[in-house]
Every structure is written in structure tokens, then in C-alpha cells.
Design a protein around this ligand. Structure first.
Ligand code: GDP
Ligand code: MN
Length: 378
């Protein structure tokens, strides 16, 4: 889960990383008050879980409290890349001398962490990375060793950052470890004209699997506040593990491994999966019905593939779930179902008896994927 900038800022403060003074508000009138307290001149920043706010007009300077109110009103009404702005942060402006980019990310392919840093931070870092990759240093970080003072100095030197950024680099690694984060990014990390090092913007992605030991993330409705895909939010509300993808074939299966294989098989048949949805082992008819409902509310879906290998979840329960979903939602797109394993024959018979014109059955996973792919391309 991504955190908002203002949440990242609070975490940074807790780890001794310098940030500008700031306040978060959700109403223009409060913005005026906050600006008064911050000394008048403020930067008004949209709080949305997407980057490029500056270029989208979501980061603006306001000269006095009245201007802050006006600017806040304007930014609070914005939609940035599909994210409505519900809160703004007002920050004390900083006189920037240099803007740097720094981040720690999990490099899944290499099986380690990576420090990425550049002396050319700011709003155009993507362009720098694309056109002059040599200006961006990428240094592996062994999670067992972490980022010591010496390692931080090495990262700074490799990226051409001034040595006084090393302390912040070491503290940002502590943020990643202590907060169970998968990503910690600061862009820009600035050197002010007074030669202070400040984190001016922050992005932290925490690992949802660590909620059980991150009590303050687990319970806080503030943090859980979903600003993301509405389908993912709907699925989360039903307790389903759902991830929206870019394609047209809706996919439901039982067990993460089977669902991931199903995505591969769909792709192998030249189609693109619209989502990942695991209804889990021992799933009930209700869970199946909930899952179908979420997938069918995705307008990108042109066909749905249900791939179930009955183990603890018996196929007849899955078939009952499909029938229940067919009664509850108006099916407008074809559904290809492959049932195998525990009680497969009974499950197939239930679907045969329902005889819905848009429901087809397939006997193999590959055959089912091929049929679903075919249905999306005609
Ligand atoms: P992003 O566009 O979503 O990454 O938002 P940022 O918080 O990074 O802000 C975008 C840009 O606005 C930064 O790269 C800075 O150049 C500029 N900016 C933000 N805050 C300040 C500030 O206090 N002073 C100055 N001079 N520029 C700022
Ligand atoms: Mn930024």
C-alpha cells in the first residue's frame, strides 16, 4: 500500500530526517489558518497517491493566507490522473540550491534491494533515467548488511551527491526496515541555499503482509483510506485478494499459484488477463459469487475464465457460487468454466442444469484459456 506524502513526511520526522514545517487540511478555510501559522508564504500540495503532481498543477506557491485559501480551493477541486484531491498539505517554502533523487527499492529480479540515486532530481527524473542512465546510480544493498554510514557515503559518492546527504541516506534505509517498506523514495531531496539537507517530497510503499506487526498501520483508518482502484477497494471490502491488470480476460481461481499459472496460460494464448483474483482454499459459494460480481463490474472485461481445481474447495460449491452469481448479476459477457478435482462431475452437472447461454465449460486449463482468449478477440 502506498502512503500519502504527508504520512511519509511524518515517518521521516520520526526517523530524524529533516522536512519542511507543514500542515494537512481538507478545507480551504483551514488552509488559510494553517498558512497563518506557517508564516504566510506557503507551498500548497495536493495529497494524492500518484506522482507528477507538480506538472499537473497540484503543487503551487501561495504568497499569503488569502492566496493559500484560494489555491487550496482550486487544488482541492482537482483530479490528478484519476485521483480526486481530498486533502492538501501546506508546507513552508524552501530556497532550493540543488535537487537530488534518492530511493531504496526491492529489486525482485536480482533478489536484493537497490539504492537508486541521482544528482539530477526534481520533476524530470524519469526523463533523466531514460535519456542519460549514467546520471542515475544503482547500487545493490544487501538487506543483511543494510546501509551503514560508510555504505551511505558510497551511494552518495556514486551518484555525485554531496557527502552531507549520507546521514539522510542511512536514515532512509532505517525507514525502509522499521516500517516494513518495499519502497522509500525522496524526490527531491534538496540542499537549501543555507546548506541544509531536506526531504521535500516523499513516497513510502509499505508491505501489506506486515500489517500484523505494524499495529499503527493495521488499525488506522487514516492509512487504510483507499485512494486507488475502486475495483480493488470493492474486492478488499469483500475480503478478496484482487489485483487489477490491463487486459480483457477476467480471471478467477482458487489458490495464488493456480491463479498465477492461469494468467500465464491466458497470456500464452495471446490474450491479456484483466485481473488476478484468488478466492482461496475452502472458498464458499458466497465467495465465488462475490468474486464474479467484482470481475463483472470491470468494464474492461470481455470474457471471464473461472479455473478451479477442487481440493478443500469442492467443485460443486464453486458451481453453486456461479449459479448464485448468475441469479444476482445480469451476465452480459461469456463465462468459461473449468472445474477439475474434488466433486468435478457434480459441479459440471450443476452448471449443465443451469444451462445459461453465456456459460461454457472446458475440461482443461489450457483449453479454457484458449476459449476465453478466442472470445475476447472476436
Ligand atoms: P511531485 O511533482 O508530485 O513529485 O511533487 P513535489 O513535491 O516533488 O514537487 C514538485 C516540485 O515543486 C519539486 O521538484 C520542486 O522543484 C518544487 N517545490 C516543491 N516544494 C518547493 C519549495 O518549498 N520551494 C521551491 N522552490 N520549490 C518547491
Ligand atoms: Mn516529487
Amino acid at each position: 500500500m502506498d502512503l500519502y506524502e504527508y504520512q511519509a513526511r511524518e515517518i521521516f520526522t520520526g526517523h530524524g530526517i529533516a522536512v519542511p514545517d507543514a500542515a494537512v487540511v481538507d478545507h480551504p478555510r483551514e488552509a488559510r489558518r494553517a498558512a497563518e501559522l506557517l508564516g504566510g508564504l506557503v507551498v500548497v500540495k495536493a495529497q494524492v497517491k500518484t506522482g507528477g503532481r507538480g506538472k499537473a498543477g497540484g503543487v503551487k506557491l501561495a504568497a499569503d493566507p488569502a492566496a493559500a485559501e484560494l489555491t487550496a480551493r482550486q487544488i482541492l477541486g482537482m483530479d490528478i490522473k484519476g485521483h480526486p484531491v481530498r486533502r492538501v498539505m501546506l508546507a513552508q517554502p524552501v530556497d532550493i540550491q540543488d535537487e537530488f533523487y534518492v530511493s531504496y527499492v526491492l529489486d525482485r529480479a536480482a533478489g536484493t534491494f537497490l539504492a537508486i540515486a541521482s544528482a539530477e532530481g526534481g520533476m524530470d527524473i524519469e526523463e533523466v533515467a531514460a535519456t542519460r542512465p549514467e546520471a542515475v546510480a544503482r547500487i545493490p544493498v544487501d538487506p543483511a548488511e543494510g546501509v551503514s554510514e560508510a555504505k551511505a557515503a558510497e551511494i552518495a559518492a556514486a551518484a555525485g551527491l554531496p557527502p552531507e546527504t549520507a546521514d539522510t541516506l542511512a536514515r532512509l534505509w532505517q525507514v525502509l526496515v522499521r516500517e516494513d517498506a518495499l519502497l522509500v523514495e525522496v524526490n527531491p531531496l534538496v540542499r537549501t541555499t543555507a546548506h541544509q539537507i531536506l526531504a521535500l517530497d516523499g513516497k513510502v510503499t509499505v508491505d501489506d503482509n506486515a500489517h500484523f506487526r505494524q499495529a499503527r498501520w493495521g488499525e488506522s483508518s487514516e492509512v487504510r483510506d483507499v485512494d486507488g482502484d475502486p475495483l480493488e477497494a470493492a474486492a478488499a471490502a469483500k475480503g478478496l485478494t484482487y489485483v487489477k491488470l490491463d487486459g480483457e480476460v477476467g480471471v478467477i481461481g482458487n489458490g495464488a499459484g493456480l491463479v498465477m499459472s492461469t494468467l500465464d496460460v491466458v497470456a500464452g494464448r495471446g490474450a491479456r488477463p484483466a485481473n488476478f483474483l484468488d478466492i482461496g482454499g475452502g472458498a464458499s459459494a458466497q465467495v465465488m459469487a462475490d468474486g464474479l460480481e467484482v470481475i463483472l463490474s470491470d468494464p474492461d472485461v470481455k470474457a471471464v475464465l473461472v479455473n478451479v481445481f477442487g481440493g478443500i474447495t469442492a467443485c460443486d460449491a464453486v458451481a453453486e457460487g456461479i449459479v448464485r452469481a448468475l441469479d444476482a448479476v445480469h451476465l452480459t459477457r461469456p463465462l468459461v468454466v473449468r472445474l477439475d478435482g474434488n466433486n468435478a462431475a457434480r459441479g459440471r452437472a450443476i452448471l449443465d442444469a443451469r444451462a445459461h447461454p453465456l456459460v461454457e465449460q472446458a475440461t482443461t486449463m489450457d483449453g479454457a484459456a484458449a476459449r476465453a482468449a478466442e472470445l475476447t478477440t472476436r
